[in-house]
Design a protein around this ligand. Sequence first.
Ligand SMILES: Nc1ncnc2c1ncn2[C@@H]1O[C@H](COP(=O)(O)OP(=O)(O)OP(=O)(O)O)[C@@H](O)[C@H]1O
Length: 242
Amino acid sequence: MIEVKNLAKSFGDVQAIKDVSFKAEDGAITTLLGANGSGKTTTLRAISGLLKLDQGRAFVDRLDCNLESQKAQQVMGIFPDSFGLYVRLTTREHLEYFAKLHGMSGTKMHTAIDHVTELLQMQDILDRKAEGFSQGQRMKVALARALVHQPKNLILDEPTRGLDVMSIRLLRGLMHQLKEAGCCILFSSHVMAEVSALSDHIVMIADGIVCAEGAETELVANSGCSNLEDAFVKVTGMDKAA
Ligand SMILES: Nc1ncnc2c1ncn2[C@@H]1O[C@H](COP(=O)(O)OP(=O)(O)OP(=O)(O)O)[C@@H](O)[C@H]1O
């Protein structure tokens, strides 16, 4: 479970997030839905422990992401907005490196690597260096890296950007599978169809503030609109800005 309370963070004069609070439950897919620059990545980075907040607290499985960052890292997998692979390392070497960072070794580590390799159907790239990997192959390595220590919580920042239809299907299938297994999945997106297809709970964010949250049907009904896109535009005040 992920819970954030009153997060705020500025970069110089830019207030990236002003007041962000929400809860992402286990066994559910929660989406941070917001336009470009609304504060999605900053929020996810704060949960990942990569950012020192000006205000507020973030918790993963009740562990404070700032004060108990090492323990919190153990229970979350992070799929960042840039894949950041080391081109000279093979897929296997990437996975071993991340597994070791999570304290794994020996048979346990090799079994975990076999498991994610199977899960993501990536046997063909396991012993290839990452240099020259396609976007889909890079996505698989980044996802496998996030999952190798079998975290209960998975955080994905705009995971489908740049992917083709088969890679997106694989990713969505996996998110559903992990949700069914009881994991807490938190992802960010601004693609309405994707948000609608995947989300159990949607958190709408605009200009660094959470404007509304709930199930899609609830958000649409409360807005008086007929679909999620119109509800989003209305709730975030983007109709007035246009
Ligand atoms: N390291 C940084 N330095 C300066 N400004 C930043 C930094 N990180 C984020 N910002 C600013 O904070 C605001 C929110 O950015 P953020 O990346 O969180 O938005 P986002 O919702 O993820 O956007 P996108 O969908 O375009 O990725 C933007 O105005 C951005 O320029």
